[in-house]
Design a protein around this ligand. Structure first.
Ligand SMILES: Nc1ncnc2c1ncn2[C@@H]1O[C@H](COP(=O)(O)OP(=O)(O)O)[C@@H](O)[C@H]1O
Ligand SMILES: [Mg+2]
Length: 238
């Protein structure tokens, strides 16, 4: 049985209809990438899952339970955590305090020290305030804050956005470690190389509709898809 299944999901911002009968099925412990151009509906898909889009229709099943009518809180309590675009950390709190706060909010959190094992960069910056971290360090802190809450399903919205290539490489390494730890990951990306490297399964959406799904191995050879549905430059990046 899939851990998460979307069927016939539609989403709206006011009168604007942005997701059209979306279908997805995610198996437990898989790393699934949701790809698509800017504006394709990737963030909205994650918001539909977490219940934070203004209006949605259709069915979203999590471990066999229909969660489409649950509150945002109820969905979060079931173990679905979103690391939103743009890294929302507390700027005036230290790295440790940021993680502690997330830890306190969770019913069955992971150990705080485990986060410092996974993210050695953060271990060296324990007393630094969020606002003094680089973009890459903030992204790692943002992931650590979600992970310490011990999610079953971790949603990452464009984790590499705005990061320099060398930092993307660091992030790839730590996320490689994260995905070994009994957590299912659904991430959105425009960085195709990153997605192909970390992911196992991929979905491509365009204008709010499914256009392709399959393994990243199959996607690797599909330059036609990469050219047609992903951002310019993404397909030929080395
Ligand atoms: N808060 C919002 N209000 C109105 N329209 C929005 C809002 N957020 C996103 N949209 C629109 O919904 C569509 C999908 O956006 P989004 O899910 O953010 O795409 P992506 O994450 O793939 O770039 C776009 O056309 C975007 O302009
Ligand atoms: Mg987005």
């Amino acid at each position: 049985m899939s851990i998460l299944e979307l069927s016939g999901v539609n989403a709206y911002y006011g009168n604007s209809h942005v997701l059209f009968d979306l279908e997805m099925a995610i198996e437990e412990n898989d790393v699934v990438t949701l790809l698509g151009r800017n504006g394709a509906g990737k963030t909205t898909t994650l918001r539909a899952i977490t219940g934070t889009v203004p209006r949605r229709e259709g069915h979203i099943e999590y471990r066999g339970e229909d969660i489409s009518d649950l509150s945002v809180e109820g969905i979060s309590q079931r173990g679905i955590k979103l690391v939103p675009e743009g890294r929302r950390i507390f700027p005036t709190l230290t790295v440790t305090e940021n993680i502690q706060l997330a830890h306190e909010l969770a019913a069955e959190p992971r150990e705080i020290e485990e986060m410092f094992d996974i993210f050695p960069v953060l271990d060296e910056l324990r007393k630094n305030r969020g606002q003094n971290l680089s973009g890459g360090e903030q992204q790692m802190l943002s992931v650590a804050r979600a992970l310490v809450q011990n999610p079953d399903l971790l949603l990452l919205d464009e984790p590499t956005e705005g990061l320099a290539p060398v930092i993307v490489e660091d992030l790839r390494e730590v996320l490689g470690d994260v995905v070994e730890r009994d957590v299912t990951v659904l991430m959105t990306e425009q960085n195709v190389d990153f997605a192909l490297d970390l992911g196992e399964q991929a979905y491509i959406i365009d204008k709010g509709s499914n256009v392709w799904e399959g393994s990243v191995d199959d996607l690797q050879d599909r330059e036609d898809l990469l050219d047609e549905y992903l951002s310019v430059g993404g397909a030929e990046a080395e």
